[in-house]
Design a protein around this ligand. Structure first.
Ligand SMILES: C[S@@+](CC[C@H](N)C(=O)[O-])C[C@H]1O[C@@H](n2cnc3c(N)ncnc32)[C@H](O)[C@@H]1O
Ligand SMILES: [Zn+2]
Length: 383
């Protein structure tokens, strides 16, 4: 087998030469996930700082070992990182990569991730779930394994299900109906968040989301784990549904397990398309994001500029409500050209409403202003 050397952050690892990124590769490595790994290093550094103690990390789907190796080398106060993978070639290569980087606190394991997490209940502060496609078959083991005060990090690459291109797989894997519209990446990440919370709640555990992003072909969530029946019940009140009208672009959040959702849009009489159950609560924490924003320039990241831009957007939108308006979609409906974004945002602010951009979509605006107010502004600006 021919090998290739890869440098990311402060590590150098070898991976089998490849022409095309594929889950069929002898050992999986995806260069497009470097930003994901860079942000993970920064986020777990912020977590370690909050904990103010040594942390142990389980990289449950390790592949070449690059994540676990980077966590151990680039984050201070990592007492132990376990790199696990079911593929024997991956485990062998991870072992070599760990030795090449002279790391004594990284252990290698070849186990089904579910078995490992169950066996090591309570041992890890951080569990990182980065499988092929959906994380849904592994979340329950992470929920059983993680203690209060721990952190779960999850990647999902099955965005076609979460974002409603394929409805049935989303219902099968996440027990939720997706929406296919201009803000489907946000509803997708909220379906994943809702699924995580429902799974953790079986163990009287709840999640406090710190950082969430949807980038290219994947979604990534970071959440702190809390414990207790009362707090878990309270947290579940953030579950609900989003009803969307594709005729007039109106949308409404309906919180609760069985809210009364009318069948028609009150604005135009169109039929609501309803997505959920999903997480209607916060998916960003501005304090956590400002810590990561401070940490990123001190790390040695090839994706620094991209990472900072994404984090700034997430910070900006951290206190806004679910869903956003796509200005291009509104302008298509109004049959007008698209006015400058800043002008529209300033006018919304002058109207006394909150407004921010969103990392989900460069044409997206998050605001508590009603749709007809935004439309009036667009028409006025156009005139
Ligand atoms: C997306 S790759 C991981 C990539 C790696 N985390 C990185 O950042 O480069 C998913 C990995 O999970 C492994 N895998 C698949 N099913 C597994 C299971 N049930 N338990 C443990 N590992 C598994 C695969 O062999 C593959 O290496
Ligand atoms: Zn409508």
């Amino acid at each position: 087998m021919d090998f290739l050397n890869v440098e990311e952050g402060n590590v150098r690892i070898k991976i089998p030469q490849f022409e095309k990124v594929s889950s069929k590769a002898p050992v999986f490595y995806n260069p497009a996930m470097e930003l994901n790994r860079d942000l993970s290093v920064a986020a777990l550094t912020a977590y370690q700082e909050i904990k103010d103690d040594n942390i142990s990390i389980c990289d449950a789907f390790g592949g070449s070992g690059i994540r676990g190796i980077r966590y151990s080398k680039e984050i201070e106060g990592v007492s132990m990182a376990v790199v696990n993978d079911l593929n024997p070639l991956a485990v062998e290569l991870a072992r070599e990569n760990i030795a090449e980087n002279s790391l004594a606190n990284v252990k290698v394991c070849r186990e089904d991730a579910n078995l490992l997490l169950r066996k090591c209940r309570g041992k890890f502060d951080v569990v990182d779930i980065d499988p092929f496609g959906t994380p849904s078959p592994y979340v329950e083991s992470a929920a059983a394994s993680l203690r209060a005060g721990g952190m779960i990090c999850v990647t999902a690459t099955d965005t076609s299900a979460l974002c409603g291109t394929y409805k049935k797989p989303c219902i099968r894997k996440y027990g939720a109906k997706p929406l296919r519209n201009e803000y489907c990446h946000e509803t997708g990440i909220r379906i994943l968040a809702g699924f995580l919370c429902r799974t953790f709640s079986k163990y009287k555990k709840y999640l406090d989301f710190q950082f969430s992003h949807s980038t290219e072909h994947y979604m990534r969530l970071y959440a702190l784990v809390g414990k207790g029946a009362k707090n878990t019940d309270q947290s579940l009140e953030n579950l609900g549904y989003i009803a969307h009208c594709s005729k007039c672009l109106n949308r409404q959040v309906f919180k609760g397990m069985t809210p009364r959702i009318p069948s028609m849009c009150p604005e135009c009489g169109g039929v609501w398309d309803v997505g959920g159950p999903l997480w209607c609560g916060k998916i960003q924490n501005s304090d956590f994001l400002s810590s990561i924003l401070e940490i990123v320039p001190n790390l040695n990241l090839n994706t620094e500029n991209k990472a900072l831009k994404l984090l700034e957007r997430c910070y900006e939108e951290s206190d806004s409500a679910p869903t956003f308006y796509d200005l291009h979609a509104i302008c298509r409906k109004l049959r007008t050209s698209v006015p400058p974004m800043d002008l529209i945002m300033d006018s919304i602010k002058e109207g006394g409403y909150d407004v921010s951009r969103t990392h989900f979509n460069p044409n997206g605006v998050k605001t508590d202003a009603p749709l007809n107010f935004i439309e009036k502004i667009i028409i006025k600006v156009e005139k």
